[in-house]
Design a protein around this ligand. Sequence first.
Ligand code: SF4
Ligand code: SF4
Length: 108
Amino acid sequence: MSKLMKKDEMMMGTATEAGSTSQLNTGSWRTYAPLTDYDKCVNCMMCWAYCPDSSIVVEDSKKVGVDYQHCKGCGICAVECPVNCIEMKLESDVTDEERDNEKPQPRD
Ligand code: SF4
Ligand code: SF4
């Protein structure tokens, strides 16, 4: 029979209460990062609808960035994007420029 851990036995980053993950840097678990080609994005919001971590940042009905603080790199957004404009890239290979491009900002 499995034994439930006590709160002080849990590892750092463990969500101990429902609705508390927004307070954790869950993006630190990420192995792959989503990179968006905003020139190809048609703002269909499929990535926003399917993202399990609410990490797609939307303003005025447009995708404007990805919240890397919380994105866990599951890749669901890349699979669901109908125009294949999201590439999953090994986190260690992501350049500063690519990372900056996902910071929420005005998009044409
Ligand atoms: S990789 Fe996963 S967690 Fe990150 S933005 Fe895409 S769907 Fe959300
Ligand atoms: S699913 Fe693809 S096309 Fe649709 S909003 Fe997300 S990135 Fe843009």
